[in-house]
Design a protein. Structure first.
Length: 133
């Protein structure tokens, strides 16, 4: 009986993580510039993407069983891609409910964040860095 109880608890912990899929959405709100993006975790490289003005790219994922998922993203401003930023786009500990979406927006003066697409306006989180020539 104890083994069944322990198995049920472990099963419920595993299934809990598969219920809510999280999403990162990256959007280009630059002025006439391409936004290059690359997001990675320890286990996944989501590839390089080039977003035109007004274009977005979404990535869906779920936390690992141990709730230690981290996705970090790179953003570069075109056309020469010397202005960039690397930032943590998602950490498991940020997840307050199942299925949240994390919006990251590249603008001329920095990178903005919001979680609710219909709520408060985006908040500036990061300034751009200039890479060495």
């Amino acid at each position: 009986m104890n083994n069944l109880f322990i198995s049920l608890i472990l099963f419920s912990l595993c299934i809990r993580n598969t219920i809510g899929i999280s999403k990162i959405v990256l959007t280009n709100e630059l002025h006439n510039k391409i936004l290059a993006v690359r997001c990675k975790s320890k286990d996944n490289n989501l590839g390089d993407h080039y977003l035109r003005v007004g274009q977005s790219k979404a990535f869906e994922f779920d936390d690992n069983v141990w709730r230690r998922t981290l996705f970090f993203c790179h953003m570069w401003k075109g056309p020469n891609y010397k202005v960039h930023k690397v930032f943590d786009a998602y950490r498991s500990k940020w997840k307050s409910d199942y299925g949240p979406t994390y919006f990251w927006i590249g603008r001329e003066d920095g990178i903005y964040y919001r979680q609710d697409p219909n709520g408060k306006p985006p908040v500036k989180r990061y300034d751009w860095n200039l890479t060495a020539p």
